[in-house]
Design a binder for this molecule. Structure first.
Ligand code: SF4
Ligand code: SF4
Length: 185
C-alpha cells in the first residue's frame, strides 16, 4: 500500500506497456465518458458500448453501475474485439488516448479523496496483474485531478442509474441510452 506524505509526494509507477489493462478487464464507462468519445469519433453510443451481465463483469453486485433491464442486471462498458478493447490499435496504442475514459486515466492508481477532495490514500489497483515498475516518490497531480473528475462523473452517472432503476417497468438498452440523452451521439 502506498501512503501519502505530508509534502504530497507519492510512490509512482512506470507503465511497462504490457496492455493487460486494455485486454483483460471490461472497462466501465459513464455517460460523460461516452459523450466525449462519441463526439471525438462521430460515432453512436451503440457502436462504442455493450451492456455486460454480472457473469461477464466482476464487480460488486451492489455497485452503482448495475442497470435494471428486461434481460436482468447489466453494466455499461466499452466494447471488445478479439478480447481487446476496441480502441487498442495494432501497435498496442490507445487510439482515443486524449479522449479515453476517466478510469483509464487514473489506472493503475486508486485514490481515496477526503471531503475537501484532497487525497487521503493512494494505492494500486489489483484488478489485473499490472507489472508496472515502482518509481521514486514524486508528485501525482495529474492523476489526482483526474481522480476528482472521475469521482464527480461517477456520482452523477450512478444517480442517473438509480433513477432509471426505480422505474416501474425496466426498459431496453436503447431506451437507457435515450434516457442518458446519448441516442443522437
Ligand atoms: S480506451 Fe484506451 S486506455 Fe482505455 S482500455 Fe481502451 S485502449 Fe486501453
Ligand atoms: S497493466 Fe499496468 S503495466 Fe500493463 S499497460 Fe496497464 S498500467 Fe501499464
Amino acid at each position: 500500500m502506498i501512503k501519502s506524505s505530508v509534502n504530497s509526494l507519492y510512490t509512482t509507477v512506470e507503465c511497462s506497456r504490457c496492455t493487460i489493462c486494455c485486454r483483460e478487464p471490461i472497462v466501465p464507462v459513464t455517460d460523460s465518458d461516452l459523450k466525449r468519445i462519441c463526439r471525438f469519433l462521430k460515432k453512436t453510443a451503440e457502436q462504442i458500448v455493450r451492456f455486460y451481465s454480472i457473469d461477464e463483469m466482476d464487480y460488486d453486485s451492489e455497485s452503482g453501475l448495475w442497470i435494471r433491464f428486461v434481460q436482468g442486471k447489466r453494466a455499461m462498458g466499452l466494447r471488445k474485439r478479439l478480447s481487446r478493447c476496441i480502441f487498442l490499435d495494432d501497435k498496442n496504442n490507445c487510439s482515443i488516448y486524449d479522449h479515453r475514459p476517466m478510469t483509464c486515466r487514473t489506472f493503475p492508481y486508486m485514490i481515496d479523496l477526503d471531503q475537501d477532495n484532497k487525497p487521503l490514500k493512494v494505492k494500486l489497483n489489483k484488478i489485473v496483474n499490472c507489472c508496472c515498475k515502482r518509481k521514486k516518490r514524486s508528485p501525482l497531480e495529474e492523476v489526482i485531478e483526474n481522480a476528482k473528475v472521475e469521482l464527480e462523473e461517477d456520482s452523477r452517472y450512478y444517480e442517473k442509474v438509480e433513477k432509471w432503476n426505480k422505474q416501474k417497468k425496466p426498459g431496453t438498452m436503447r431506451d437507457f441510452l435515450m434516457f442518458l440523452r446519448l441516442n443522437g451521439e
